[in-house]
Design a protein around this ligand. Structure first.
Ligand SMILES: [Zn+2]
Length: 489
């Protein structure tokens, strides 16, 4: 009997904000997504995740799957060396090098580790060194990947998300798996293209449903229809990272180098022409204060996006500048605030009278006093995402308190940092977003999947935090600032 093909799968997912002082440890991976061995199959089967997509295709093909570890942490500061090396070691310990025909990895592509340059490249190199033969390797990456030439060169194919807010993780996983199967079956690898453009963009200008990214993605899809083109990905990248590989990256694969270069070069021209359309519009906190003075007249629901405190971009989600205004003006609505003190402190009363915000970081000692009825109080609370974003994934909120003020402002305090990828993260507390006057969301663009359709008024506000829309606030030391837009303006 012929033995069926065997595929090694695994991954590490982290978007590292190097401007955060909150380092990322092994416990941060274990408390978010830690799928080891067979558990990786159990947790991801039929989910809209890259691993879910891999499993679909390899199962259809009747291939054997060698699962290792998929580890993910909520975006935060630099990952410690010890943490990363432990993850690499567990991934490798599951590798049966004698019995493997292909490797499929789910990477994010914006991981930064203390003392290890190019960590994703390091992981693949370590896997490769252990393998006996030159078998094909594919990896998926997020639209926020800061891809390096080194990573591009070591992988046979890199497959990036086409959507932001990201809803195509499952599809991209399937695509990566299909290309891997094709390389195994034909024993041929495609021609490749890689180029990086010195343009840095902020998440709220990267939505693929809006101009200019929408038009740029249409060009990508048109090019992919052409004969000899297998795949083109564009990664605008993650700007809050002081590394050498910032900028927009184009990667492409095809059967004919000439056609591939032509299509990718055209795409690059289009991006350059659109450079200024990536400039974000935002209100300052004082401008927001003024706007809200007209609260009664503003069309509701109002969504106030606080991209600067974007949990999905590594900020803490405890910035209270907007909350201060809501309390000062006694405005009704909903806001989520990260409250790590809930880990230790248990509340038995029906009434809350205390301070929120966090003094986790020394220079961020801002706290605000809130008072109100505790309308929800649960330990170790979690739910499963039912939106388009990472559908089926479990969200562990930890200990949760919902405090309702006299003027109907619901302040959701969560022990863990939560990303607003779906409206269930407020619905689970009996809050109907459609009926809210105002929702504050700490997010760049991801919130649009949850609340984009119901928002009648949107205010983008730049608070003073580590995912600011104003990139000139940051000190980039690893790139030539004079070469990079918008730093050079
Ligand atoms: Zn992303």
């Amino acid at each position: 009997m012929i033995k069926s093909k065997s595929i090694f799968i695994g991954g590490i997912w982290h978007e590292t904000n190097t401007f955060s002082t909150k380092k990322t440890y092994i416990k941060d991976f274990k408390s978010y997504q830690w799928h080891e061995g067979q558990n990786m199959i159990k947790k991801n089967l039929k989910t809209n995740t890259e691993i879910g997509g891999f499993l679909d295709i390899f199962n259809q093909k009747g291939f054997r799957i060698q699962p290792s570890l998929f580890a993910a942490a909520v975006p935060s500061g630099i990952v410690t060396k010890k943490t990363f090396l432990k993850i690499v070691q567990i991934i490798l310990s599951n590798l049966d090098k004698d019995d493997i025909d292909g490797v499929a990895l789910a990477l994010h592509g914006a991981l930064v580790v203390e003392g290890i340059d190019l960590p994703e490249h390091f992981l693949i190199k370590t896997i490769k060194n252990k393998l006996k033969k030159n078998i094909p390797i594919v990896a998926t990456f997020d639209l926020h990947a800061n891809l390096s030439l080194e990573l591009f060169e070591i992988c046979d194919m890199l497959i990036g998300y086409d959507t932001f807010p990201h809803i195509d993780m499952g599809e991209r996983g399937k695509e990566a798996a299909m290309f891997l199967c094709k390389m195994i079956e034909t024993e041929k690898k495609p021609k490749k293209y890689f180029k990086k453009i010195p343009i840095i963009t902020v998440p709220q200008m990267q939505s693929t449903n809006e101009f200019p990214m929408k038009e740029i993605m249409e060009t990508v899809f048109n090019s992919e229809q052409k004969k000899d083109i297998e795949l083109i990905s564009i990664s605008p990248g993650f700007p809050y990272s002081d590394i050498k590989d910032l900028g927009i990256t184009i990667t492409g694969y095809g059967l004919n180098s000439k056609t591939l270069n032509q299509e990718c070069d055209n795409l690059i021209d289009q991006i350059y022409k659109n450079k200024n359309n990536f400039s974000p519009q935002f209100l300052t906190i004082n401008e927001l204060d003024k706007k809200l003075s007209n609260f009664k007249k503003i069309k509701k629901p109002i969504v106030i996006a606080d991209p600067s405190d974007n949990v999905g971009g590594g900020a803490l989600g405890n910035n209270i500048e907007i909350l201060e205004i809501l309390i000062k003006k006694k405005l009704p609505g909903t806001i989520v605030i990260w409250s790590p003190f809930l880990k230790e402190k248990k509340y038995k009363d029906k009434y809350f009278n205390g301070y929120v915000g966090s003094n986790l970081i020394k220079d961020n000692n801002k706290l605000i006093k809130i008072k109100g009825d505790i309308i929800f109080n649960k330990s170790n609370f979690s739910y499963f995402r039912d939106g388009l974003y990472m559908t089926g994934q479990q969200v562990k909120m930890g200990n949760v308190l919902v405090v309702k003020t006299k003027f109907n402002l619901k302040i959701i305090l969560t022990e863990n940092r939560v990303m607003p990828f779906d409206d269930k993260h407020i619905k689970v507390f009996g809050i109907n977003p459609k009926k809210e006057d105002l929702i504050v969301t700490k997010s760049g663009s991801a919130w649009k999947i949850a609340f984009g359709k119901i928002a009648k008024t949107i205010f983008n506000v730049d608070t003073d935090d580590i995912c600011s829309s104003n990139l000139k606030r940051f000190n980039f030391t690893k790139i030539d600032n004079k070469r990079y837009w918008p730093l050079n303006e």
